[in-house]
Each structure stands twice: as structure tokens, then as C-alpha cells.
Design a protein around this ligand. Structure first.
Ligand SMILES: [Zn+2]
Length: 352
């Protein structure tokens, strides 16, 4: 009987809970990542400074690096600094941007990276993808997956409500991303990875119907686990495919055309609802709509701070953001006028 299975890479440790940062030094030692605490700690603005000070007593040999811009240039500069000294690992503490800079820099410096998440804004916590700016343009870069992931719920609870909510939209968008992947399988013969789909869908379903919310610890644990699982889905697939379809093409287009519109996950949730409606999947659209409304996430262009025309412009531009990705948007290949009509129909259907 065949016993062949494949290996799926995961972090050595995942620790989600209140006060998890306090357990960081023992975790590094127990997992043989760094027994003496000789690590580079990368912090961002905001909570970063206070956290670095707090860690000083337990990680005496750590040296602290501050980052701010979230650009490829900054991450490259950081990797140079990392190489000037001897470290066992890089510990990134912060929200998405800080973690992404730390991930990218650690990869260039050839060091393992530990992610300590202080917010739940998107699924980059445990993913092998870093989203960074290069010459004013956001891009996704393949990196090593973190060797350990720590989510400190005390810090998450004190993060901005908008950031906590945002992660819900990102994880729910897995559902339309999976549909887009299946479409590419039917239309283009693209290979779909069933294990990655399983992870991505289970992550979304763990959050979709929950009636508690971002003020409840149990919900935050479920959301953190769902975001970590989305990261594992991407690592398994070897690309962001299971968590990023036409929905993410639209959000990248909005980020490019109208920078600073909304959080990543807020855009992902609304774009996922739009794509599901565009696909004519009334059941999924209804479920996503209910979920977004329950958590007061934006759904309509004006709730994102965009006019209908601006949203339509982004939908039309979207396929250019991921030239190699086939989704419903490439499949329909709508002209500008058709896109505007579809956006109008979408707003009419969900403006209630
Ligand atoms: Zn995302």
C-alpha cells in the first residue's frame, strides 16, 4: 500500500494568546532559535518603542532596529545592518508593514525570522509573501515563511478597531479567490492545489458565520488562527493564489490609483463581495455581505471613500496588477462602459 505523502512546511511554533510577547525569550530558547537571545529586533512606529524597551530585560543581547516606510529600499538597508553583526534570528514586532520589512530583510541576510504580530489587519502574519513599496508602487515579494509566529492578544486588543476588523475582510476574500482559481482550472488548465484550497477555505469559514466580534477574545483567537492558516495555504500552494484572486487585483488597483483609501483587508472584503456578485454567485455574495455588515466593514464604493466611477476605474485597471493571474476579471474582459454598468448594478443590489 502506498504511504507516500508530501511534507508541508509550517513555522516551528505558533503562539496565540494574551501576553504572548512575554513568552518570546523562552520560545526562542526552547525552539533552539536563539538560546542566548542574540537577535535583531525590528520595530515600527507606535507600539514598537515601548515593546522594545519591555523586551530589554528578557532579551539583553538583542539589538533594536527601527523601520518606518515599508519600502524595498528600507528593507535592503536593514539587511545590510543585519549583516554587520552576528545574530541568530530576526524578530519583527508590529503590524503588517514592520513584519514585511523584517521578513524581506531577514531573507536577504540569510537569517530566520520570527513574526510577533500586534494587529490582525491581514494574512501576512505567517505567509511567505512580503508586501513592500518600490518607487511608490506596492508589490508582493516571495520570502521565507517565519520560523515562529507569536500573536499577542493584549496588543491586538489595543490596536485600532479598523485594523482588527480589516483581517476579517482579508480572510473572507479567500472564498472568491478559490472560485477564481477553480475558474482558471476550468478555462486554462491551471493546476489547483486541494490542500491549499482546504486550508484557505477552512480559514474563511472559521470567521464567516461567527456572531461575536472584534471585542471578544474568542473571536480574535479564531481570526488570528484563520490568518495564520491563510499563510499556510499560500506556503502550500507556493503562491498567494488561494488567498488572492480578482478581489486582490481590484485592491491592488485601488492602492495604485487611489493610495491611502482604506486598510488592505477592508478593500479585500468589499472587492470580494463585488467579484462574487459579478460571478452571479448570489449565495456567497449574500453570506459575505452579511459578514461584512455584522462587523461594520465597508462594502460599497462610497463606504471605502471612492465614487462609483473611481471604483469602476479600479476594476477596469485591476487585471494589469497581476499579469500572470487568471480570474473572473480576465475571463469576462469587460470594457469600461460594461464595468461601470456592473458596478452600478452592484451598488443597487447592496445599497441597503
Ligand atoms: Zn490579502
Amino acid at each position: 500500500m502506498p504511504l507516500l505523502t508530501r511534507m508541508v512546511g509550517t513555522p516551528l511554533a505558533i503562539d496565540i494568546g494574551p501576553g504572548a510577547v512575554k513568552g518570546l525569550a523562552p520560545l526562542l530558547a526552547d525552539r533552539r532559535i536563539s538560546s542566548g537571545g542574540d537577535v535583531a529586533v525590528v520595530v515600527g512606529p507606535g507600539q514598537g518603542e515601548a515593546l522594545a524597551a519591555e523586551l530589554e530585560s528578557s532579551l539583553e543581547n538583542a539589538d533594536v532596529h527601527r523601520v518606518d516606510s515599508g519600502s524595498v529600499e528600507e528593507a535592503t538597508e536593514l539587511s545590510r545592518e543585519l549583516r554587520n553583526d552576528f545574530h541568530d534570528a530576526v524578530v519583527g514586532i508590529g503590524g503588517g508593514r514592520t513584519l514585511d520589512v523584517a521578513k524581506y530583510a531577514a531573507g536577504l541576510a540569510g537569517l530566520p525570522m520570527v513574526a510577533v504580530a500586534t494587529s490582525l489587519a491581514h494574512d501576512g502574519i505567517a505567509s511567505p509573501v512580503a508586501s513592500l513599496e518600490l518607487s511608490g508602487r506596492k508589490g508582493s515579494y516571495g520570502v521565507q515563511m517565519p520560523v515562529a509566529v507569536v500573536v499577542d492578544l493584549d496588543l491586538v486588543k489595543s490596536s485600532e478597531p479598523g485594523m482588527r476588523r480589516s483581517g476579517i475582510g482579508d480572510v473572507v476574500s479567500n472564498l472568491s479567490a478559490i472560485d477564481d482559481w477553480r475558474l482558471a482550472e476550468r478555462e486554462r488548465g491551471e493546476e489547483v492545489d486541494g490542500v491549499a484550497v482546504t486550508f484557505a477555505r477552512v480559514a474563511a469559514m472559521a470567521v464567516l458565520h461567527r456572531t461575536d466580534g472584534i471585542e471578544d477574545e474568542e473571536f480574535l483567537i479564531a481570526l488570528a488562527e484563520a490568518l495564520v492558516l491563510s499563510g499556510l495555504a499560500m506556503a502550500t500552494a507556493g503562491s498567494s493564489r488561494p488567498c488572492s484572486g480578482g478581489d486582490h487585483e481590484i485592491l491592488h488597483a485601488i492602492d495604485h490609483l487611489f493610495p491611502g483609501t482604506a486598510w488592505h483587508g477592508e478593500l479585500a472584503g468589499a472587492a470580494s463581495l463585488f467579484v462574487s456578485h459579478l460571478r452571479g454567485d448570489a449565495r456567497l455574495a449574500e453570506e459575505i455581505d452579511k459578514c461584512l455588515r455584522r462587523h461594520t466593514l465597508p462594502r460599497l464604493p462610497r463606504e471605502l471613500g471612492l465614487s462609483e466611477d473611481q471604483f469602476a476605474e479600479a476594476v477596469h485597471y485591476a487585471p494589469r496588477t497581476r499579469p500572470d493571474r487568471f480570474t473572473l476579471l480576465e475571463h469576462l474582459n469587460l470594457g469600461e462602459r460594461e464595468v461601470r454598468e456592473r458596478v452600478r448594478a452592484y451598488v443597487e443590489a447592496f445599497d441597503r
